[in-house]
Design a binder for this molecule. Structure first.
Ligand SMILES: C[S@@+](CC[C@H](N)C(=O)[O-])C[C@H]1O[C@@H](n2cnc3c(N)ncnc32)[C@H](O)[C@@H]1O
Length: 289
């Protein structure tokens, strides 16, 4: 059975554009760069997991769990008496999670759309996510889904990017690529559309979570410098990762050369003797049902 069919069978809905992306170019991009990406995300993860504080015996949902790095770490923290479920919409990424290590008995990976699938009711002590909650077409109903899945004394702890301008190491290369590929069509994308920056606006996060029923919503800004390596490495990584990856992959040779140069120029601002250090800005979102 194909992934697409499974999602339709399980959730009785058509896969979203994001599901299509993460099962195609997005999944390819993530799986091919997973080790490097995990190592870049490690310092942010540390902060996030400390904030989420999974403890022995807890039941945890890892939303958009990707290749399962945080899922496995949380499983260690909840121990043999706990239980962890990692959910992701991408079959190819989840396949990688299943291969990462022998999957412990109390950890399960489910292929589903976390925004629309039935995640159950009153089950989890913690709904957790590292960069997996920005891709929902209907964020209010997705967060309502997490609200429903949480126990009444549970908590939601999730990490998302702040604005593109606060994350210029991602935004500028993407803008440069889009400028070349779309020949500066001038179209302004909707900042709340599904994508890495859809939850950048704190007012919007509050509105989404409040409408889902959450209380005690708090946003903690966590800023770091992303060590992207020497310039050639950094440029190559940015050509392979990010929201414009599909367009870059299908660009002509001349366009790719122009994009390489534009990304190089954009990243030069952050070049240091230790390599390119991309300033990044995130929210750690915490809330309770
Ligand atoms: C930026 S990656 C983060 C992966 C992982 N949390 C990590 O930090 O390594 C986003 C993940 O969210 C998943 N995703 C996107 N939309 C989803 C949805 N509607 N339901 C479940 N997973 C989704 C993608 O397939 C992808 O694995």
């Amino acid at each position: 059975m194909t992934q697409k069919t499974m999602i339709e069978d399980n959730n009785k809905s058509v896969p979203s554009q994001e599901a299509e992306f993460w099962n195609n170019e997005g999944g390819k991009m993530w799986t091919e760069n997973v080790e490097r990406t995990h190592s870049l995300l490690a310092p942010l993860s540390e902060v996030l997991i400390r904030r989420a504080a999974p403890t022995a015996g807890e039941t945890v949902l890892d939303i958009g769990c990707g290749a399962g790095e945080t899922t496995l770490e949380i499983t260690k923290r909840v121990g043999a008496t706990g239980r962890v479920v990692g959910v992701d919409v991408s079959e190819m990424i989840l396949d990688l999670a299943k291969q990462l290590s022998p999957v412990p008995e109390n950890l399960r990976f489910d292929l589903l759309d976390a925004g629309t699938a039935d995640l159950g009711e009153n089950i989890y002590d913690l709904c957790f996510s590292r960069f997996g909650v920005m891709f929902f077409e209907k964020p209010k109903s997705a967060f309502k889904n997490f609200y429903r899945a949480l126990k009444s004394d549970g908590r939601l702890v999730a990490l998302c990017w702040r604005t593109p301008s606060e994350n210029p190491w991602i935004a500028q290369p993407v803008a440069a690529a889009e400028e070349i590929l779309l020949s500066g069509s001038g179209e302004k994308p909707d900042p709340r559309a599904p994508g890495p920056f859809s939850l950048a606006d704190p007012d919007w996060i509050h509105e989404v979570l409040k409408s889902a029923g959450f209380k005690n919503i708090s946003l903690e800004g966590v800023d770091q410098k992303m060590p992207l390596g020497k310039m050639d490495d950094a440029v190559a990584y940015m050509m392979r990762m990010g929201p414009a990856v599909a367009e870059i992959a299908s660009a002509s040779e001349a366009q790719r050369t122009a994009i390489d140069m534009a990304i190089r120029k954009a990243l030069s601002e952050f070049d240091t003797p230790e390599g390119v250090m991309g300033p990044c800005a995130t929210w750690v979102i915490s809330a309770q049902p």
